[in-house]
Design a protein around this ligand. Sequence first.
Ligand code: UDP
Ligand code: MG
Length: 245
Amino acid sequence: MVLSIVIPAYNEKNNILKTLERITRFLNNKDYSYEIIIVDDASKDRTIEVVENFSQANHIPIQILKNEINFGKGLSVKKGVLLSKGEFVLFTDADLSTPIEEIDKLLPYIRKGYDVVIGSRALKDSSLLIRQPWYRENMGKIFNLFVQVLIMRGIKDTQCGFKLFKNEVAKMIFSKTKINRFAFDVEVLLIARKLGFKIKEVGVIWLNSFDSKIHIIEDSFRMLIELFLIFIYNLIGKYKNYERL
Ligand code: UDP
Ligand code: MG
């Protein structure tokens, strides 16, 4: 098994079929094997049914993990990653805001020896073909400012939902994460750095899907709390044991 694709899904019945069709059509034309792991984050809609129907109708095995309650994107991705068997593991959003084809830009870096290769919307060669609404872009900028000041410098876009890892690297990182919701990417990258892994940020395409599951006020507040927790954990040395040197 070469590639594992982990897709967290919360109320994605309107996106998931197209996403699975697109991913399988793309990967079936590749010369490497893959697996798909969907982590249903306690969807209230028919997400699971749509995935099961697709899997049966096309004879494509898909692993479905089911959260009993809505745990958050971070914990959902973690569960999928810890179960993955591919040599490399990618996590991507269920709406494919970064098209799956972009993995072709990330894989060469992994093959060149990078441990973590992340999609980015903030580099010169990123192409924002459909942008997020202005308030989301601005919230993202403020969040990033907090990340730079409080947690770590140097990564331009920690929040793009398209990240590729060597499997053993992903498992080592995700087995140590504590953040369950949308700020988990920051913790993942911080732990990756502490462990001394080589991270590459690569400009990708972004076609924003407006079918967002984010509650602007509630989730912004939660993200800041999570960020503050990462800051405190870091301050009191919780990530220190991971430092290789
Ligand atoms: N998601 C999840 N649990 C949640 C909320 C979201 O697993 O509680 C998943 C969602 O299904 C999607 C990804 O996280 O695959 C990103 O969510 P969304 O596309 O709504 O975020 P946005 O693009 O607005 O940042
Ligand atoms: Mg989205």
